[in-house]
Design a protein around this ligand. Sequence first.
Ligand SMILES: [Zn+2]
Length: 709
Amino acid sequence: MKRTSIAIMSSILLFASCKDTTPEKKPEPKMTKNPLLTEWNTPHGVPPFDKIKSSDYLPAFKIALKENQDEITAISESTETPTFQNTIEALEFSGKYLSRLQRIFYAVNGANTDDTLKAAAKEITPAMAAHGDFVNLNAKLYDRVKAVYDQKDKLNLSPEEARLLEETHKRFVRAGISLQGKAQDRLREINKRLAKLSGDFSENLLDETNAFEYHTKDKKELGNLPASLTSLAVEEAKNRKHKDGYSFTLQRPSINPFLQSSPSREARKKLFDGYAMRANNDNDNDNKAILSEMATLRLEKAKLLGYESHAAYILSDNMAETPEAVYGFMDKLWPSALAMAKSEREALAKKMKSEGVSGTFAGSDWRHYVEKVRKERYNFDEEETRPYFEVNAVRDGVFALAKELFGLTFKERSDIPKWHKDQQVFEVLEADGKHLGIIYMDFFARPSKRGGAWMNALRSQMNVDGMVTPIVTNNFNYPAPSGDSPSLLSFTEAETLFHEFGHALHGLFSNVKYESLSGTNVPRDFVEFPSQVMENWMSEPQVLRMFAKHYKTGEVIPDVMIKKMKDANSFNGGFATVEYMAAAYLDMAWHSKTEDIPTDVNAFEAAAMKKLGLIDEIIPRYRSTYFGHIFSNPVGYSSGYYSYLWSEVLDADAFQAFKDTGNLFDPATAKRYRKMLSMGGSQLGMDLYKGFRGSEPEIEPLLKKKGFK
Ligand SMILES: [Zn+2]
């Protein structure tokens, strides 16, 4: 997953960023002591995180917002005849400080928040939503944009300029510029309220996740939990003021291995229920009323804009185009996935029974018995593989892959300030040694970081008065090293590193003129394609042998283990697809409703899952009250969670292009692939894809990959 902040970015009209190191001629804003409002005399213009304090953000936002309002007013009040330069480009280049500030604020607030940042977010998010409306619902400004748009065929624009004009015009239309009077006032109210509610949703979720703890003194309950994770649980217990024992939390690196290893049904159930009931406990952190109101407001907004549902509104700007197309494509995969999950359930329940355990097989038993069946059927133990996936080795693996495919090298930079001491910073260099960009990697879980893994662009590439190079981040929630144990990843966690790095490459390869069309600023159902495609390489034996080395002995992962791991990983594929798709259907259920959004969240969710025929032992990967992808942002991934699967069609088909050459690193294919990524959003997604592949993607490679065919 990725970038909540960019979703906010694209809903407002603030782009342009700091230049590399060249000082601006423009006068500085007054309060120059605030490091967020000065030019940055740092290596490659990176943010001076060592000088920025949490308390600097809010005052800086207030000043930068005002500055941008003045710029917008100057453009809209201009008496010159509207031209592409004085209107479209002027807009694109405005908001230099605000845009920079916003990128950094949302990155830090996501990865290393504190009470000051949380409080600032509560003011900033609604203020930015209101500012988005100030720009996009500005009638005078739109008149000028429209005047340029109406003569677009006569302007002799380059393809990228034409795309910028198209996107700028569309942004006003989609924001509701054609609404008049009361309707427009209502739209502004809705936007403001959605910003507030989404902020509350995330805060409740973070608080609820951090508040939960399962503490035990009984070491037997841990089963065969690896030593590194056991010592993490000891540390957690100490942090939570216990004299002794082990504490487990709802963060994935803590809960998932426990669910796998613990032989105690009761303990597993407590953690499983704790996870599944987050923000659904009728306490102060409950998200039910919040999300129901959000869905209601989104529907009202869509109707104001002339669409019959929120999904119809969102999808009209994506590759899929309509809710029917999304359902049509998901319905093709669902029956095979569900059938596969049911046969997995049968095997797991049988295994439980064979152990003489009484009672009905339940969701909280699933992960535990998956590991057992894997061990039995494939003689595979995930814990045996962890030593081959030490986090830095996996990082070197993805770097080695980038070198094989694109000739890139990575130089660690100790002179670059960070937002947390655990971050690692690398300069990315082309094959000829030319600077391409900077990447920050922040690997470990901590209470100040939200869950999941994501990429941010702290600065997007652009090339107006010279090249501005990209600065990107990758963020994860891996178990932190503890005592003598380094951070050892599961195969899936290692895969996530390749995934996020794919997003980073999308940002790094960008080679366009305008910032708003650069890097990952592409339709949401294209965005997960460059990330997911990397996972294909990761599981190839040829690539695994490049980096999967035992952290103690340096021994390369044995072929027989790779074979076992691949076979074992194909088991439980039904569960993974069903768990994900149930969440994608749930997202669509909330957002394709055309009237009467329900207030009984649990009943609605249960009915939607029943309609699908979802089995009781699997819950959606995200239930409504903790579905941050779709509710922790005014727009976020709402009606877009299907994108991962949609992108999987693209990634399987794209990887097939490499396979077809007989060389996983085929230079010509890699060159075409990089070319496609470098175009960012300067062309339509399908056109870009066809440019790479020569035709539209086929679904066959995905069906084969998932074992559905
Ligand atoms: Zn992603």
